[in-house]
Design a protein around this ligand. Structure first.
Ligand code: 13P
Ligand code: SF4
Length: 338
């Protein structure tokens, strides 16, 4: 695997040496101005990071924002594959990630050498890869997709085009069902969405018969079959804040509920349960690694920072750019938190 994270050097400021009396929000603001930085955050980030971000969005929104910003630094509050996308699309910018270990179980499930062999088994197939994969896997793919554009991109391909899809098997199965296409699917899963329990969900739905269920397509079919809306994080947010009704069950990472409560304080949002009947499983441990101190230090030290060989970047850019070219225009944004 090619390492794409550059760590802070030995002279860098560390968390242990940080003055506990500093006001971390004000310091992040100061660095944002001094370094002409933009803070991009995914909906799964801790609320205090969402609150300080310049822009919040789903994977597609964040890629678009990274491609078009004129900031010198992108402080990417999300996971590594997202920050890599920002660097691939905006190579001249400094892209920092608060915690170098903020990864993704889907990316981990799909090592580039194994993916290359998988591809080679299906030489007449087009490789569509979910954005939750490494830059190296992107470079081996024909088109990148996110949960918000995958169906529309598949529907733009010729009907007889054979497809391999990775690394999320639940999203792959959902897309195969919705589009009627046969696909060879990589068997990866998201450790968060994989844990929702159909049995506990049904119990919750029985207790709240008026509640609508919004689910991310990384969930298994056993959860998706009960959903009133299946979509990306932004689609879920749009649905639960605008659809009729007052109660909603959310089958995705629960930090997104922060934006829901800000946008629709008169509505009730319940996190979907796991097998123990609680919503403890609905937290992404990778997203949770980022915090305000690490964000401040990353901006100050300009590390952990994404860097990659130019040939890898160019190879990964082609399928990512194809995705942007084939994506439907984005609906009006409302999610600027600052
Ligand atoms: P979206 O925000 O694109 O729906 O992706 C969800 C996700 O799991 C990100 O890791
Ligand atoms: Fe990866 Fe799942 Fe976490 Fe998203 S929620 S970053 S898919 S592990």
């Amino acid at each position: 695997m090619i390492e794409t994270i550059v760590d802070a050097g030995s002279k860098a400021q560390t968390a242990e040496a940080l003055d506990p009396f500093i006001n971390i929000e004000e310091e992040i603001d100061r660095l944002r101005r001094e370094k002409n930085a933009v803070i991009l955050a995914h909906y799964y980030q801790p609320p205090e990071i969402q609150d300080i971000a310049d822009f919040i969005g789903d994977s597609l929104d964040l890629s678009r924002k990274a491609a078009e910003t004129d900031a010198d630094m992108i402080a990417f509050c999300g996971v590594k594959f997202m920050a890599e996308c920002a660097k691939i699309l905006s190579p001249e910018k400094t892209v920092v990630l608060p915690d170098r270990d903020a990864g993704c179980s889907l990316e981990d499930s799909c090592k580039p050498d194994d993916f290359r062999k998988f591809r080679e088994k299906f030489p007449d197939h087009m490789a569509l890869s979910y954005v939750n994969c490494s830059a190296e896997v992107k470079a081996l793919s024909d088109i990148i997709v996110t949960s918000s554009n995958a169906q529309s991109i598949i529907e733009q391909l010729p009907a007889n085009q054979k497809i391999i899809f990775g690394p999320d098997r639940h999203l792959g199965a959902y897309l195969a069902k919705e589009t009627g296409r046969e696909m060879e699917i990589w068997p990866g899963t998201c450790i968060v969405h994989e844990q929702f329990s159909e049995r506990e969900l049904v119990k919750l739905m029985v207790r709240h018969p008026e509640a609508a269920l919004a689910a991310h397509p990384e969930c298994p079919e056993s959860i998706l079959k009960h959903a009133d809306l299946v979509g990306s994080t932004r689609a879920i947010l749009d649905f639960v804040t605008t659809a009729p009704g007052k109660e909603f069950i959310i089958a995705t990472e629960q930090q997104i509920i922060h934006q829901m409560e800000l946008a629709a304080p008169d509505r009730t949002f319940m996190a979907a349960p796991g097998a123990d009947g609680t919503c403890n499983c609905a937290n992404c441990p990778y997203m949770a690694l980022n915090d305000m101190e690490k964000l401040y230090l990353a901006m100050l030290n300009e590390a952990p920072r994404i860097e990659m060989p130019e040939d890898l970047r160019v190879a990964a850019l082609a399928p990512l750019q194809k995705m942007l070219d084939l994506s439907p225009a984005s609906p009006a944004k409302k999610s600027v938190a600052a």
